[in-house]
Design a binder for this molecule. Structure first.
Ligand code: Z5A
Ligand code: MG
Length: 235
């Protein structure tokens, strides 16, 4: 992608990496865009590692995969805590890579965790409850939310194969995701990008955001990543 006029220099040796999360609706293009962003950052000389959640390669991830493919049943709270535990498995690794100067690009994170579980509308599983097990995880420097309505998502490849890929669930999840723009630290961490454009147009909008974050991280050498804090007040 063309970024020449606003290129960034390779990582400053004295700075930590940036922790960037790609969130969004099903089939919004998160994995596609993580790949493109990795390529662009590496072209500019940055060290980059990618991670995705759920990480289906761990023992807990295998259980999550079985659930998403409707091979096993699990109580709503139990699967929710497994998704969270799957992130905690990687928390120390994320902190370590960031301190070594790697840019971490993360494909889904705790935003998906709380939103998809709350989208089930189980009266005993609120958004607030769902967020709690993730308090204390590494807090992203920026969360890019790729917004796509369910009708557009359904036109894209592979839709409908997994458990949550149903119209009502997707519409509930989208409403909850967008509602995070007005809540707690998520309101300052999250930026919404319209994912209904071409891959290149979306990549360009993402780059505009990422560039700002990388510059900010590089100007404050060795500042630690902060952690996800508790929601202290109900708006
Ligand atoms: N889940 C949860 O409940 N709790 C949690 O804590 C977490 C997740 C972390 C599986 O996630 C499910 O887990 C998910 C949330 C839940 N359920 N739902 N819904 P996953 O990340 O493993 O899901 P996935 O299989 O990777 O699908 P995805 O992430 O939704 O897709 P994507 O990464 O956003 O899209 P993509 O793979 O990049 O692209 C999809 C297709 O669209 C592909 O054919 C592309 O070529 C095409 N595409 C991409 N961009 C465009 C544009 N701009 N225009 C046209 N076509 C495009
Ligand atoms: Mg994906």
């Amino acid at each position: 992608m063309a970024v020449s006029s606003e290129s960034l220099n390779a990582s400053n040796a004295a700075s930590r990496g940036a922790f960037i999360v790609m969130e969004g609706m099903d089939r919004a293009g998160k994995t596609t865009q993580v790949g493109k962003l990795r390529h662009t950052l590496e072209e500019q000389g940055h060290k980059v590692k990618t991670i995705r959640f759920p990480d289906r390669t761990t023992p807990m991830g295998t259980m999550i995969d079985g659930y998403l493919q409707s091979k096993t049943e699990m109580a709503d709270h139990a699967i929710h805590l497994l998704f969270s535990a799957n992130r905690w498995e990687k928390a120390a690794w994320i902190k370590e890579q960031i301190s070594q100067g790697y840019m971490i690009l993360c494909d889904r994170y705790y935003y998906s965790g709380m939103v998809y579980s709350a989208a089930k509308k189980n009266p005993a599983l609120s958004l607030e409850w769902a967020r709690t097990p993730d308090v204390g995880l590494p807090r992203p420097d920026r969360v890019i939310f790729l917004d796509l309505n369910a009708a557009e998502a359904e036109k894209r490849g592979g839709y409908g194969e997994e458990k949550y890929e149903k119209r009502e669930m997707q519409e509930n999840a989208r409403e909850l995701f967008l509602g995070l723009a007005g809540r707690g630290e998520e309101s300052s961490d999250m930026v919404v990008i319209d994912a209904g454009h071409s891959v290149e147009q979306v990549a360009s909008a993402i780059w505009d955001e990422v560039m700002k974050v990388v510059k900010a991280v590089e100007t404050v050498p060795r500042r630690e990543l902060s952690v996800v804090g508790a929601w202290t007040q109900v708006p």
